[in-house]
Each structure stands twice: as C-alpha cells, then as structure tokens.
Design a protein around this ligand. Structure first.
Ligand code: AMP
Ligand code: ZN
Length: 114
C-alpha cells in the first residue's frame, strides 16, 4: 500500500521543519501557518483519523499531549495559551488522512472557529 503524505514525512522521505521527534511521534511546523505559532504533532504509525483511536491508544495519546505541552512552552505559548485542534472529515476540513493535532498560538484566537 502506498504511504500517505504524513507517513512519508514521519519517515523523513519528504522534508519538514521538525521541532521534535522520537520513535512514536513527530512535531513539525505547519507549511501553511494559520497563526504566528502553528505546528502539528502526529503519531508515526498510520492512524487515519481521530475516529480510528481506541482504548489501546491511551499511552500514545498521553505521549502526544506531553509533546504538545512541551513544544507549546518551548514556542513561548505559556502562559498566554494555545489551541489544540483535530479536524475530522469533510465538514471539519480534514485534508490529510493521517491523524494530526494542530497547535496554534501567538495571537488572540477567535471563537467559535469558522
Ligand atoms: P487538516 O486540514 O486538518 O487535515 O490539516 C492538514 C494540515 O497539514 C494543513 O494545515 C496543511 O497546511 C498541513 N500540511 C500539509 N502538508 C504539509 C507538509 N508537507 N508539511 C507541513 N505541513 C503540511
Ligand atoms: Zn499515514
């Protein structure tokens, strides 16, 4: 089966502006930032969307949120705050079918999102 875009990015087959990586996850800057700070955190294993997560992913999710919080602090988003977004499906505008957590900050973010 052909690898998806973020599987290839996770494997280093396409370049990324990497902030952090280990054997399970990768954090990198979004190529089309929607805020002064906008990075993505992905699992290296292919999980297509948030709906494919299950109980056995609890450890991985805990690790992902640890990476999100560490990188958000490193990017200067503490204490002002940041937003974590996961888009799922067409109505939410998911464009890459590999689970990714957006982390946005560095400006006042409006609510509700468009
Ligand atoms: P979503 O619309 O929630 O699926 O988000 C996909 C995100 O991936 C968008 O914000 C894109 O700008 C971003 N993106 C797509 N390709 C790349 C890439 N090669 N490197 C970094 N970010 C990317
Ligand atoms: Zn993938």
């Amino acid at each position: 089966m052909e690898k998806c875009l973020f599987c290839r990015l996770a494997a280093g087959e396409i370049p990324s502006d990497t902030l952090f990586e280990d054997d399970r996850v990768k954090a990198f800057k979004d190529i089309n930032p929607g805020a002064p700070v906008h990075f993505l955190v992905i699992p290296k294993e292919h999980i297509a969307s948030v709906r494919d997560l299950a109980e056995h992913d609890a450890d991985l999710l805990g690790h992902i949120f640890d990476v999100i919080n560490t990188q958000a602090k490193r990017a200067g988003l503490v204490p002002n705050g940041y937003r974590i977004v996961v888009n799922h499906g067409a109505d939410a505008g998911q464009s890459v079918q590999h689970l990714h957590f957006h982390v946005l900050g560095g400006r006042k973010l409006s609510w509700p999102p468009g």
